[in-house]
Structure formats: C-alpha cells, structure tokens
Ligand binder design. Structure first.
Ligand code: ARG
Length: 608
C-alpha cells in the first residue's frame, strides 16, 4: 500500500506572515510540493535548500535536489538528466509570495530569488513588534547543568557547564518552552561521613555557632587525610554516614551546614555570571533510589555480578558497560542516582526532553542510563534524553588549565582577573576619561563576563578549548568585545542623527522600511535568518552557530555601513539629510544582535 505523506500547507496570504517566519522552512515546503507533484512515484525525494553564497547571480537561495533526483530516476531506469529534472521541478513550483523568480542554472541548480516585498514586510514586523521567536510545539524541558560537588572545588569544567546550560535555557525559554533549570549538586555520598566527623572535632559547637569554614577545600583535604591515615577516624566517619543516612537530626544538621557553606561559594559565581538555577542535588533522590532499585529488581533487570547488582542497556549485547545499580556493600552509586533522577523527571515533572550538560567524559554514562531507562520502560516513546557534552579547558600551553604553581584555578580568581583585564583594556583606550564611573563599571563587567562566556560558547563545544584572556579580549575578530563595540556603534548612529526611538517608530508607521542598495539587501537577508538559526540551536544545542551568526550580522553590517550613508552632512558638519530606511535597518540589526547576545547570556551596554 502506498503511504501518502501529508503535503505541507503553503503560505499564500502575505498578511498572515509575521516577523518570526522561518524563510528556509517555507522554501522547503514549496519545493517539497513542487518535487512531489513533478515526481509523485518517487519515494522520499530529497528536498535540499541552501544559501546561494556571495554571488548575486546565483540568487538568494538554491534548490539542489535535481542532481540527486536524477540519480534516483536513473536507478529506476528512467532516462533523464539533472537539468531536465530541474526544469520539471520548476514547472511544478506553485507561485508563492516568497519567491520573485527561479532560474535553472549550470548542471541543474534552481536559483531562487526572494521577493523583496515580503522581506520588507517581515522586517517591518520586527520594527513594529520586536524580535519574536518562531512558533514551535511547546514542551517541558529539564536542563541539568552546572552541578558542582559540595565541599569540592567548582572547577572550569563546571564553569563550562554553567555557561552552556544557562544559554540553552535562555534559547528554550525564548521559544516558549517550559524549562526547569536544575542544579544536580553532588551533595550526597560517603564523603560526608568524614566531613561530619571532622566538623565535630574542629567545631564542637557547630550546632549553635556556624563554623567559620572559609576554605572548604582545605577542610575537605584535611578530613580526607585523616580518613586515609587514621583508622579510628575512618571508623567514626563510617558511623557518621550510617547516622546521616538514617536521618539522625544532628547529622542532618551537620550535613546541611556543610552544604550551605559550599552553596554560598557557588552563589558568588552564579551572581556574577547572572545564572538562575534551582538546587536539587543528589540527596533529593535518596528515597527515590530505593523505589527505582525495587522496580528494577522486580522487573528482573538486575544481574548479580560478584555481589554487585548490575544492569545492561541491552541484555543480549554486552558490548557497552553495565550500570552498577547496587554495590556489593548494598550502597548506591552515581548510576543509581541518575536512574532515580530520570524516573523523577519523567513521572513527576512530566517532561518531554531531558538535557544534561556535562563534560564529554560522561558521554557513555548517559548513553547507558538512557538505554537502561528505555529498557525498564521508565523512558518512553519520543521522550528525548540528550547529553550535551563538552571538551576540557586548556591553558595557553595547551595543557590542562592550571596555575603556574600547578594548582587548580579558583573560579572567583579567574573572574577577578577577567575584570582587571577588562578594565585595563578600557583604560588603554582612554574610555575612563569619557565614561562616568557607573558606565565604566558596567562596561567592565559586560566585557569581562561577556568575553569569558563568548569564548566558551563560540567554540564547538565538543572540542577542547584554550582559555586565553588575550584572545578573548581582542577587539578584532570573533570576540564579545568586538561584538559589543559593534553594537554600541550601531546604536550611536541614530543618536548622532538626533533621531529618537519615537521619531523612528513614527517613520515606520508612516512609510515603513524599504530596500534600496544591494548592501542593504545583503544585510537584510542575514537578519531574516534569525528564526532559522534559533530553531537549529534549539534542536542540536550547539551554541557556536548562534555566535557565528552574530559575527555574520556584524560583518554584513560593516559592509552596509561602508557603502551606504545613513545621514548626510554638509561641510560644517550640519545634518542635511537623514535616510530613515537605513536608520531602520540599523535598528533591526541592533535588535537582532541584542537578542542573540541576551540568549548567549551576555549583557549589553549603551556606551563603552
Ligand atoms: N556532579 C557531577 C560532576 O561534577 C555532574 C552531575 C551531572 N548531572 C547528572 N544528573 N548526572 O561531574
């Protein structure tokens, strides 16, 4: 029986088009209709739409399906060639308000010329209503990110997770998804036994006086040392774990205290980087772990392996590694907690998508967790579990990021250095003489934190990346500083012309935006791709495409601004002519850039 795929509905009414339309998707729909009506018997013909590149004689977009379809037809013994196929597709292409004309070129390319009127309409929508997200089916998404471990260092890996996770949340929230931002803190486990035992010795009155533990790392190291060398202490540490797990109030209080001290340290980082996240550490799943272990036991999913209980993702193919669900001493593991976690997120949060942002080293862990969760029926159907993995942070010597003395780098110190360097940069440019102290401080923070975030996000996250303040603070090239400067410059154009936002808005209402120069069209086409980029990022969670897009906007803007003047001045510098359409294009550019920077978690400033 022939399966009939539903044909996409095409847009025919220009007035139904809004500023958030994804142009390339509409083109795909149009050519899907064209191709299926030209070749109704062909199964799943490819519909390939790409940008045409820089030469205007190849149109704005291209449909490159003809070559592949010609091959498919030849395989079915139909005699044809790509040019003929292209012409057949062309003949079947429905008229659309999006397309001005189509040409068959070269070996069978279909060059598509976008209708400038609809492009103007879309850009006018952005001027009137702002930068709006493309419509999507709304989902509930749990984003598990940051997740440092209590009483241990929050290291540069956690910094990456924090920066990437925050940005993913912003993108998904912008699209209207219901996002639960979860900090899966490492706040449970046997290490708390030794921490509590050490706390009891060092600060016997910890219940009435909050202990002044300023350096929890040192505290951790001391207790670890005692644990490793002192048998008596080790025994007590184990007893503390038992008491803690049994929920004895004193021990719970001591545990909470230690968590609190750590958490305050983490919060300093979150405040500076403008991160919002809800704490829900491993301890939250304490009871739930018993429940999920019982479920897995009852389901017959667990195997005894020399005393420990393990679970395979695929019981017939033992090619990956199994989960350790229960250790031989009866204790639970990181695996157990993540099984309880996924169950909670599916059943209690009723989420559709589960995102985990951790270093790439944990990729296998999440693959196996997903396989086991599916096997046990905890994760079902189209519920999506995704591991957003990232590479390690390297120093400029391409080795693991360390201080000169070989210690791990304290994050707060790193942020402080960023602040210092950002200020140096501003002073070097003499900005301290132009800006007010408040403006200077705002610029300094925007640059420092912005550059750290952007350097991270602009690299493909799966790769290792080299942390270099010199590179990230360079104001040429694809950096936050460059983009922030570009944005302030764009914002200053209307200010120089002494045109207020209200005046510009009045012009929008009166005549609206229209294209004139070729460089305007080039910039306009880049701006029109915003919905496409956002959809792509929200699906593959690779934020560097958003950074590349920002850089592309700013390059297209530079070209436009070189070729097209927005205001004309006479010899005395008096403004004699204002080209409002171009100021409008500046406004749209600034708005799209601001939105992108916001989604990357980067604060913008009006002056720097
Ligand atoms: N605390 C872990 C670490 O530092 C990350 C936890 C990630 N989340 C999870 N559900 N496993 O590596």
């Amino acid at each position: 029986k022939k399966e009939t795929k539903k044909r996409p509905t095409l847009i025919t009414d220009v007035n139904s088009v809004e500023g958030n339309i994804c142009l390339v998707d509409e083109l795909k729909n149009i050519f899907e209709v064209a191709i299926t009506s030209a070749y109704p018997d062909l199964k799943d013909p490819p519909v390939v739409i790409t940008l045409s590149g820089n030469n205007p004689k190849f149109g704005d977009y291209q449909c490159n399906s003809a070559m592949a379809i010609s091959q498919m037809l030849k395989a079915n013994n139909v005699k044809t060639n790509p040019r003929e196929v292209a012409n057949n597709i062309l003949n079947k292409t429905p008229t659309s308000p999006f397309i001005e004309r189509i040409e068959v070129a070269g070996a069978g390319f279909l060059n598509i010329y976008i209708n400038k009127m609809i492009a103007e309409h879309i850009l006018n929508c952005i001027l009137r209503f702002g930068v709006k997200p493309p419509p999507v089916k709304k989902e509930k998404v749990v984003v598990d990110f940051s997740a440092p471990n209590i009483a241990k260092e929050m290291h540069v890996g956690h910094l990456r997770s924090t920066i990437i996770g925050e940005s993913i949340c912003r993108v998904l929230e912008f699209l209207g998804h219901d996002v639960l931002r979860i900090n899966h803190l490492g706040d449970w486990g046997t290490q708390f036994g030794m921490l509590i035992a050490h706390l009891q010795d060092q600060f016997p009155d910890y219940k009435t006086h909050s202990p002044p533990i300023s350096d929890l790392q040192a505290f951790y190291k001391e207790s670890k040392k005692r644990f490793d060398t002192d048998e008596e202490f080790k025994k007590r540490a184990y007893a503390c774990v038992v008491a803690l797990q049994a929920g004895q109030p004193d021990y719970i209080a001591a545990w909470k205290l230690i968590c609190e001290v750590s958490r305050q340290e983490f919060q300093k980082i979150y405040d500076r980087l403008d991160i919002s996240i809800i704490d829900r550490g491993e301890s939250f799943y304490n009871e739930r772990m018993h429940v999920v272990v019982k479920q897995l036991k009852d389901g017959g999913f667990l195997e005894n392996d020399e005393g420990r209980l393990i679970m395979w993702g695929d019981p017939d193919k033992h090619d990956s590694i199994p989960l350790t669900v229960v250790k031989s001493d009866g204790g639970y593991t990181y695996d157990t907690s993540d099984m309880a976690t996924i169950k909670q997120r599916v059943e209690e949060e009723k989420a559709d998508r589960f995102v985990y942002v951790t270093d790439a080293g944990q990729a296998t862990h999440f693959v196996v967790i997903e396989a086991c969760a599916r096997r046990a029926g905890i994760l079902k159907g189209d519920q999506r579990m995704e591991h957003v993995g990232f590479g390690v942070v390297l120093g400029e010597d391409k080795k693991k990021f360390k201080t000169r003395s070989g210690d791990t780098i304290k994050l707060i110190k790193l942020l402080d250095e960023g602040l210092k360097r950002a200020l140096d940069k501003l002073v070097e440019k003499g900005r301290d003489k132009v800006l007010t102290p408040e403006e200077l401080k705002r610029a300094q923070e925007a640059i420092a934190y912005g550059c750290i975030k952007y350097a991270d996000l602009s690299h493909n996250r799966v790769n290792d990346y080299v942390f270099s303040f010199d590179k990230m603070l360079d104001d040429k090239g694809n950096t936050a500083v460059y983009l922030l400067y570009a944005l302030t410059r764009i914002r200053s154009i209307a200010r120089t012309a002494q045109i207020s936002e209200e005046q510009l808005q009045a012009e929008v209402e009166k005549s609206g935006f229209k294209f004139d120069h070729e460089a305007e069209w080039k910039l306009g086409k880049v701006l029109l791709r915003f919905p496409e980029i956002i959809l792509k990022v929200s699906s593959d969670l690779y934020l560097h495409s958003l950074c590349e897009y920002l850089y592309e906007i700013s390059s297209a803007f530079t070209e436009f601004y070189d070729k097209c003047y927005c205001i004309e001045k006479d010899k005395e510098g008096k403004i004699v002519k204002i080209i409002y359409e171009r100021l409008m294009l500046c406004e749209i550019t600034a708005r799209v850039m601001e939105k992108c920077l916001f989604l990357l978690g980067i604060k913008t400033v009006s002056k720097m």
